[in-house]
Ligand binder design. Structure first.
Ligand code: ATP
Length: 301
């Protein structure tokens, strides 16, 4: 069964006359981690807020966990949890209070709320800070508390809008681990992120949205399989001219390095040649980020 089914979904913000979403059709299966990718202002948060029943669509249809967002928002709300992009924690309350009170507010018994709060505080490695007022926590810790509030619930579907924004690399990986565990419990996750490595590692499926329109969707592996230039060669320094590199593939200039997107054979030839010339060289398969920059960047041009 699908947890989200959107058909020709559009959203216009009338006051600013912005068409934030245009004709989006997508499905998210039960137990999936699904990620929306797109540049700033692409429409990711708008989609997420519509699915979370915080905004009305202008056109099209979307059902969440079998309920239409227009007709049955209350049924949806009791089965989802949301980590918004700009949520705040409440000053004097501790991480423990945030999690425990959220669970009580959702109707859990005290015993169950207590047990789940304990588990979640531990899961997000907040034990050391559990009794500190939220005011005194760093931005990254506050973010972990907000994720904990959603994860602790028994929601079937969790929405996370840029959950790892501003977190250090170690904490980001911790959050990935927690999201994986949530998935193993059979729950589903809709995520937005600007970290494309995160999307590639975590997601079963992604959708790339640009200016409100769907550009591409599928599993990261599927999307990368269809790329013709599936190897990238990074060359640092100036042992090659750009003209010379053009013979091997498509050249992208990244600060002090050239990145050449090409096929296996030419990639290997170029890497060998670069080694002969004593260049600092790296050979890897293209990443979802290469594909994203290519697609969205080219559309911009
Ligand atoms: P970001 O990655 O920067 O968070 P996003 O992909 O989540 O961006 P949205 O926040 O959905 O994008 O915004 C899509 C478009 O709708 C943007 O042009 C934005 O300016 C506009 N928009 C968003 N919220 C509103 C609002 N409440 N009123 C009017 N316009 C809005």
């Amino acid at each position: 069964m699908n947890v989200i089914e959107a058909v020709s979904l559009s959203k216009i913000y009338h006051r600013s006359r912005t068409q934030a979403l245009s004709d989006i059709t997508l499905t998210i299966g039960r137990g999936e981690i699904f990620t929306l990718l797109g540049r700033n202002g692409a429409g990711k948060t708008t989609f997420l807020r519509i699915a979370a029943t915080q905004l009305m669509p202008s056109k099209g249809r979307i059902s969440v966990l079998g309920h239409d967002v227009r007709d049955e928002p209350l049924q949806i709300r009791s089965k989802i949890a949301v980590v918004p992009q700009e949520g705040s924690t409440i000053g004097p309350l501790t991480p423990w209070d945030h999690v425990y009170l959220t669970l009580l507010a959702r109707g859990m018994s005290r015993n169950q709320a207590h047990e789940r709060s304990e588990k979640t505080i531990e899961r997000l490695e907040l034990t050391e800070y559990r009794n500190q007022p939220a005011d005194s926590l760093s931005g990254g810790l506050k973010q972990r508390v907000r994720v904990a509030m959603a994860v602790a619930t028994d929601a079937e579907l969790i929405f996370l809008d840029e959950p790892t924004l501003g977190l250090d690399a170690v904490t980001r990986r911790r959050i990935w681990g927690v999201l994986n565990e949530i998935q193993k419990e059979g729950r589903s996750i809709l995520l937005t992120t600007h970290y494309i490595d995160e999307a590639e590692i975590l997601s079963n499926n992604v959708a790339i949205i640009d200016h409100g329109k769907m550009v591409l969707s599928g599993s990261p592996a599927e999307l990368l399989r269809n790329v013709k230039e599936h190897v990238r060669v990074d060359i640092v320094g100036s042992t090659f001219s750009e003209e010379e590199l053009n013979n091997y593939g498509r050249v992208v200039k990244l600060a002090e390095r050239f990145r050449v997107l090409t096929d296996d054979r030419l990639g290997r030839e170029l890497a060998d040649e670069a080694l002969k010339r004593g260049s600092d060289v790296g050979l890897a398969r293209v990443s979802l980020e290469d594909l994203f920059v290519d697609l969205v960047g080219r559309a911009e041009e």
